[in-house]
Design a protein around this ligand. Structure first.
Ligand SMILES: Nc1ncnc2c1ncn2[C@@H]1O[C@H](COP(=O)(O)OP(=O)(O)OP(=O)(O)O)[C@@H](O)[C@H]1O
Ligand SMILES: [Mg+2]
Length: 407
């Protein structure tokens, strides 16, 4: 099996054409760069995927995001060969998936991956635990082993108490959890999840996302997750692949997608997203200016230059006070000369890995925020003005794209 962080799934220039002659002119045209619509107009064939390449690393949550019809389900189905592809290659853990057939394919699917769908059906007359262990039963695993594995999986999704209930006694969210448990019961390396949470209420959905991320953290599964919701993609994805009309538009971390959208199309999506949730403090913190707590205000102001704040640090590098130019001026007018007397100690602090949203309230005070590293050392400073600027940057990007497109 692939080591953590190593590539486990790879799609190489994959094309999937739907129609009576998928390998005919439609493929030639798609390969020459014609869009899905153009190929369809010329040949009456539907382009499901065109020149799709991406790779997913072991232990990663890789999200494919796109509107309805963009090719997400087609892409995920090539990974377990529910679809034959028209051209290209698909490798899973070094195995050429398209070359598999018959029992080899069946065995490969069972051992390597579990699938969870949006509307996945539970057997109404079987108990929750039997539903969970169904895949194992198909694999002829004996009942005791199967029940033990199922119970373990139900524990992971918080449903062990319902093991012997009927699925009809469960809410929609709980049923979806059984779906996840069923996929986990066989302990596959890879989970393929196609809109697995899309039918759930927003709050339940969030909860499921959190639980899935916790499970992934614990078990280090590789998850290929499909959604049409960019918020969901950015929330759970280590990396996100955006698809449009069967093609890959951009692959990147949530932060890259938000701050460097590759095209106007991505930028438009991003416009609706709460960026504060994804951008972290480290991205925009600055090198801190430190001043001597026993020095004079004049010296401090000179060292600060245009900075909106500077920190007094102790001998261990921990911030003990914040001096703002306003406080310094006021103190100077009142005849105070030393920094210690006019620096404030009610400043806010955070860490580099926090998101914008987590420091948003603190930034509302308008004061520079100390960014602390290990053992409370000052490693950076976050200026509320920089935060506002960063938030506005994506909007500007979008304006830029619009100008490019319309002028
Ligand atoms: N079996 C099929 N026969 C013909 N065309 C198909 C088939 N399956 C998918 N398509 C077409 O391929 C394209 C991609 O479909 P796909 O189901 O992958 O989209 P999707 O991104 O999963 O959309 P959704 O969000 O609606 O699930 C669509 O234009 C669709 O109509
Ligand atoms: Mg789909």
């Amino acid at each position: 099996m692939a080591e953590s962080g190593e590539e486990i799934i790879r799609l190489e220039h994959v094309y999937k054409i739907f129609g009576p002659q998928p390998r005919g002119r439609a493929l030639t045209l798609a390969k020459s760069g014609l869009t899905k619509n153009e190929v369809q107009a010329a040949t009456d064939h539907v382009v499901g995927m065109t020149d799709v390449s991406f790779s997913v690393n072991q232990g990663e949550i890789f999200v494919i995001m796109g509107l309805s019809g963009s090719g997400k389900s087609t892409a995920i189905r090539t990974v377990n060969k529910l679809h034959d592809i028209t051209d290209g290659h698909v490798y899973v853990d070094g195995v050429d998936v398209q070359a598999l057939d018959g029992t080899a394919l069946q065995q490969f699917r069972r051992e390597k991956m579990g699938m969870v769908f949006q509307h996945f059906a539970l057997f109404p007359h079987r108990s929750v635990i039997d539903n969970t262990g169904y895949g194992l039963k198909v694999q002829k695993v004996d009942k005791a082993t199967r029940d033990a594995a199922s119970l373990e999986a139900l524990k992971l999704v918080g449903l062990e108490a319902f093991a012997h209930n009927s699925p009809r006694q469960l809410s929609g969210g709980m049923q979806q959890r059984v779906g996840l448990a069923r996929a986990l019961a066989a302990d596959p390396d890879i989970l393929l999840m196609d809109e697995a949470f899309s039918a759930l209420d927003p709050l339940i959905r969030r909860q499921m996302q959190d639980e899935m991320m916790a499970i992934q953290n614990q078990l280090q599964k590789t998850i290929l997750f499909i959604t049409h919701d960019l918020n969901e993609a950015l929330r759970i994805g280590d990396r996100v692949c955006i698809m449009k009309d069967g093609a890959v538009v951009q692959i990147g971390t949530p932060e890259e997608i938000l701050t460097q959208p590759a095209t106007g199309y991505v930028a438009e999506f991003v416009q609706d997203v709460d960026q504060g949730r994804v951008i972290d403090v480290e991205t925009i913190m600055r090198e801190p200016v430190t001043i001597d707590g026993r020095g004079t205000i004049a010296e401090a102001l000179e060292k600060m230059g245009d900075e909106p704040g500077a920190f007094v640090v102790d001998e261990n590098g921990r911030p003990t006070g914040l001096l703002t130019p306003e406080d310094a001026m006021r103190a100077a007018q009142m005849g105070t000369t030393d920094v210690g007397a006019c620096s404030r100690n009610d400043f806010e602090s955070t860490s580099a890995s926090r998101t914008f949203n987590e420091v948003y309230a603190a930034a509302g005070r308008g004061l520079s925020i100390a960014v602390l590293g290990e053992s409370g050392k000052l490693v950076g400073v976050l200026h509320p003005t920089d935060m506002m600027e960063e938030m506005g940057r994506v909007e500007q990007l979008i304006d830029g794209f619009e100008r490019e497109v319309f002028m």
